[in-house]
Design a protein around this ligand. Sequence first.
Ligand code: Q46
Ligand code: ZN
Ligand code: ZN
Length: 310
Amino acid sequence: MKCSYCNMQAIAWEPAVRRQYCNNHYAWFIERKVEKTIEKYKLLQGVRKLVIAVSGGKDSVALLRILHKLYDGKIKLLGVTIDLGIDQYSREASMIALKHYKELSIDYICVDLKEEYGFTISYIKMNKRVLRLHRSICSLCGTVKRYVLNKIASEENADAIATGHNMNDLLYQIIASMISGSREDLGKALLKTPSRNGLVSRIKPLAFLSDKQTLLYNMAINSAFFWKSCPYAEQGTLKRDVLDALDSIEHKHPGFKESLLVNFLKLVESTKQATTGIVYKCKRCGMPTNKPDICAFCKLRETLLERIKT
Ligand code: Q46
Ligand code: ZN
Ligand code: ZN
């Protein structure tokens, strides 16, 4: 199989555009796709300093590499990695993120949850029942990651935070928002949320890339990524079933997932519902929260530290 653009051997076939690509042309195809998303949805309008959240996994590594290629020297980039304290898993993943920062000479901040806040995600997982924490470990971990990223971005005066959420993540958020009817869930599916009241804008430049495309992109540019799954990743979830169903439709109708996302975004844009939720200030730490009293992170941290003391 030859590349549709040159004589090199093809490594990927893209059914939606009916073309095959060699390593170089595949990297070019993916970078153009991300650039088009950024331009169409004005993701970097007014952004002079950008935090890039990098876990070391395939999506965040692709995000870092693509944004560096497209915007290094034009926008100030700051990589942020959180060591969640999930034993070996967190250490190995963080090492990969550090390797990329050094290779690309990008400024970065690495936060060790245990050193900085006195607890780890493993501690929460082990003591969830005793602590009467009823949310799933991934939902609690999400609260922690969002809080830490926002705090660093605020302190560093960044204009936005870029995350590696891909098309599957966003499509699942759309469905989750329909199931829960929650405005917060709907907001998570937006490509760009505005900065307001201490909450730093969030952007998702990989919104139109699939899992397979970010994987192949890393392979095409020979970029190392952390491939092991988190030991706490939930198996047999509704999310997995929804994504499998969407993939089977996509297989029969190439382009289905992309048009579902595009049309959903048009619908949200026309209603503007998801961006109008009230943002309060936490009475403990002063950070933004959707709770009128203390934020979910401070509440979680107080519960944990009380328990650790006793
Ligand atoms: S790190 Fe945290 Fe993920 Fe592990 S506990 Fe769940 S959310 S699966 S991306
Ligand atoms: Zn080629
Ligand atoms: Zn707080």
